[in-house]
Design a protein around this ligand. Structure first.
Ligand code: AMP
Length: 432
């Protein structure tokens, strides 16, 4: 079956026919720092042996080093939130901001969508300061809500400064760090992310974005929500993650009441904190139409449900299908699981299967081209068409649920991998 035939033209036409797409609630500045082991010296701390030995957030300088060394010595990606202002100030003093780049799930999705002829991409950015506004590219279809309505971020910012930063510490294969006189070599190039974001960690939906979306709900066709991974379990003022999620739900319900046609997608992302993750699973899954997640994220959901997470990490398709079927309750009728080499799309109810498949194919081409070149360029999609797939296409149905195992294009030496999941989920959802 020629699953990629004609999808490029199809995707462009489909984007042209779109209405407004909303993206909230996590846009931030990333600070890229390349690790220089010589400057780190000989550290004196106990290295966590396994994932479960890691702190679930950074509360002291030792926690920062534990996360970094764990990620470095295993060659695996890791993200931890910084919970202490002192540690934030210490990192800033020690490493500086690094090279600034636009980041956060919502801004990443915006980056992945604006190169296509979608009419309006509306992204939530708080606080909208000059530094982050300047990082958005100059696209005609990108908007924030400023004091005078829809505008490009560069015309709408309010004040200057960096209130939130997600440091991305990059390390390379072959580098080594000394801990207690023992040398640890890095087996694979990867990154450790330490995030400071108290300004946005409550995922508050503020004005003027809030009122604009409620007043113009009729113009919106899709709304993608993400950013739960930066939430706290209990905030310093006593509010809890459950309180904050209830507030967010009220906003979503108000928008739904104005326009019941809007499709809502939840992008899971890497929610390390147990109570936050469980609140998202319990309170939000059934309220969204669509959910996007990768194998690590699904393995945590599986563990929360009492299953062995290893089955998911080993890509046991039977078990993955079972877990996804079990989480499809209430409104949740679409789950897009993505991993390296294939997507599993699970659908319940009235979906146009042809559109859904073409949307997956388009997302796969976009992700591979972005991986190859660093940024999306529609003209270069044709160069990834020749990459052979490693899995076989498969489609089946069980208990009224439809499954599509879709083999994807994988670029052998990617220039970037950050933000690819956001590109995949958002494109497949809005085009499908
Ligand atoms: P995430 O970890 O959620 O940001 O998503 C990473 C996803 O990007 C993987 O699940 C793959 O689908 C995709 N991806 C990663 N590396 C490549 C690559 N070299 N070529 C194409 N797609 C990739």
């Amino acid at each position: 079956m020629k699953i990629y035939d004609g999808v490029i033209d199809w995707g462009i036409k489909r984007a042209r026919d779109s209405k407004m797409i909303g993206l909230g609630f996590h846009s931030v500045i990333d600070g890229l720092v390349k690790i220089d082991p010589k400057k780190i010296g000989n550290l004196d701390l106990a290295i966590p042996q396994k994932f479960s030995d890691l702190p679930d957030s950074i509360k002291c300088i030792d926690d920062f080093w534990k996360g970094l060394i764990f990620s470095f010595s295993n060659g695996s990606a890791l993200q931890l939130m910084i919970d202490s202002k002192e540690v934030y100030e210490w990192i800033m003093k020690t490493f500086g901001t690094g090279t600034l780049r636009l980041g956060g799930t919502s801004a990443n999705m915006a980056k992945g969508l604006i190169p296509f002829p979608f009419e309006k991409i509306l992204v939530y950015v708080y606080p909208l300061k000059k530094e982050i506004a300047n990082l958005f590219s100059n696209s005609k279809n990108l908007f924030v809500v400023g004091n005078n309505g829809l505008d490009h971020p560069i015309n709408a910012y309010d004040g200057e400064g960096i209130d939130a930063i997600h440091w991305i510490f990059e390390f390379s294969q072959g580098q080594s760090i000394t801990v207690k006189d023992q040398i640890y070599a890095c087996p694979r190039s990867n990154r450790f992310i330490a995030s400071w974001n108290p300004a946005n960690s409550k995922l508050e939906v503020r004005d003027p974005f809030r009122s604009y979306v409620i007043d113009h709900a009729k113009d919106i066709s899709h709304f993608l929500v993400s950013g739960f991974h930066i939430m706290q379990e209990v905030y310093p003022d006593g509010e809890t993650v459950e309180d904050r999620i209830d507030e967010l739900l009220k906003f979503i319900q108000t928008v739904k009441d104005k326009n019941s046609e809007i499709r809502f997608h939840l992008e899971f992302a890497s929610i390390r904190r147990d109570r936050v993750r469980r609140a998202v699973e319990e309170k939000l899954f059934s309220m969204f139409d669509s959910l996007g997640l990768n194998e690590v994220e699904l393995s945590w959901v599986a563990r929360d449900m009492g299953y062995d997470e290893k089955d998911i990490l080993n890509l046991d398709v039977e078990r993955i299908s079972q877990i996804i079927s079990e989480i499809m309750r209430g409104d949740l009728s679409r789950v897009h699981f993505h991993t390296l080499g294939f997507y599993l799309l699970v659908l319940k109810g009235d979906y146009d299967l042809e559109s859904q498949k073409k949307a997956l194919a388009f997302a796969s081409l976009a992700a591979a081209q972005r991986a190859m070149d660093g940024e999306i360029n529609l003209e270069r999609f044709k160069y990834v068409l020749d990459i052979p797939e490693k899995y076989d296409y498969k489609e089946w149905e069980r208990d009224g649920i439809h499954f599509i195992l879709f083999p994807t294009k994988v670029v052998p030496s990617p220039k970037i991998t950050v933000g690819l999941g956001d590109t995949i989920s958002s494109l497949a959802f809005v085009l499908g």
